[in-house]
Design a protein around this ligand. Structure first.
Ligand code: TRP
Length: 315
């Protein structure tokens, strides 16, 4: 783990366009900051998707063409704290649907918390947690011929570039059977005055979330980044529909990373790219699923039309 982290940091900082991989955002502090982001007034994404789960729950069930007497597996990739999914679980359980809920996450800690919470809040839902990498888990479930519904929420697909997203969809498609469904949450392309503040909130929580990666490198790789010499500078281009987070060096400076045994130089205004957050429309999603068995069957949006959950089916 630490070797991979070292290598990723070394590679990312050794290229002319410096970058750091966002998957390392999520240490304990990063997890807590992300929970805070989801509650920020500017961060509309979580509320918009929750709006769909809360106000269109029976619509979700109808669109997924679920039947009460046919057992299915409801598999959630990257389940987090399950707030949105609970709305759906509640109704499925109340109406007597026959299913298991299989939350998949890389973090056993997140799964334990979710399982305990569901035990108290929704005791009649059968929960089978699966720790591991998405595709390892899907591979292991592949041979069960039960109908499957995959949930991939929170616009997490937006954190992949289009080439990676389309490989992801091909892998997902290859692990599913005819008639299986994907319920995919994506943020929709809209104007900068709405999108950019979601990644640049007035309380500076998103800035702290991004800069926390420098602290993590200091701590785990014995480096001497001075956070005060970097600022969070996100961008959003409405035409391409992509938000990008960068941290920018405010001075000329050298940073030494002991674990890599190397010094990296930053010039004033030099940017380190951390993450993309792609926004979608029908055309972009259709391009991404071109080489898969998926077809778009339906689309549910929140009342502001900021966010959408697409229903895709293997055909
Ligand atoms: N996928 C979500 C999004 O793009 C959550 C997320 C990932 C996020 N990384 C982030 C939110 C960085 C804010 C900042 O919005």
């Amino acid at each position: 783990m630490i070797e991979q982290f070292k290598e990723a940091v070394n590679n990312g900082l050794s290229t002319p366009h410096k970058n750091l991989p966002s998957k390392y955002f999520y240490d304990k502090k990063g997890d807590a900051l992300f929970v805070k982001i989801m509650g920020l007034p500017e961060y509309y994404l979580t509320r918009a998707e929750h709006d769909i789960f809360k106000n269109q729950t029976s619509n979700i069930i109808t669109s997924l063409k679920l039947e009460k007497d046919t057992y299915f597996e409801l598999i959630e990739l990257g389940a987090g704290n399950g707030t949105k999914t609970k709305e759906l679980l509640k109704l499925l359980s109340k109406e007597g649907y026959n299913f298991d809920y299989l939350p998949v996450d890389i973090s056993q800690n997140a799964l334990d918390n979710l399982e305990n919470n569901l035990k108290t809040e929704l005791p009649f839902v059968s929960v089978k947690t699966k720790q591991g990498d998405y595709f390892e888990v899907l591979e292991s479930l592949r041979h069960s011929k039960h109908p499957k519904v995959i949930l991939f929420l929170g616009s997490n697909i937006g954190n992949m570039n289009d080439a990676i997203a389309s490989i992801f969809m091909q892998n997902l498609s290859a692990n599913l059977n005819l008639g299986d469904k994907l319920f995919l949450g994506v943020d929709l392309i809209k104007s900068e005055d709405i999108v950019l503040p979601a990644y640049n909130d007035s309380q500076g929580v998103t800035a702290a979330f991004n800069l926390n990666l420098l602290d993590r490198i200091n701590k785990e790789l014995d480096a001497d980044f001075n956070r005060n010499n970097f600022i969070h500078t996100p961008t959003y281009n409405e035409k391409e529909g992509i938000a990008k987070s960068y941290i920018t060096s405010t001075i000329n400076q050298d940073v030494h990373i002991k674990a890599i045994n190397k010094t990296f130089s930053f010039i004033k205004n030099e940017k380190i790219h951390l993450e993309i957050s792609r926004k979608y429309n029908d055309e972009i999603l259709n391009n991404i699923i071109t080489n898969t068995q998926f077809n778009i069957k339906n689309k549910l949006s929140d009342s502001n039309n900021y966010f959408a959950n697409y229903i895709l089916e293997i055909e």
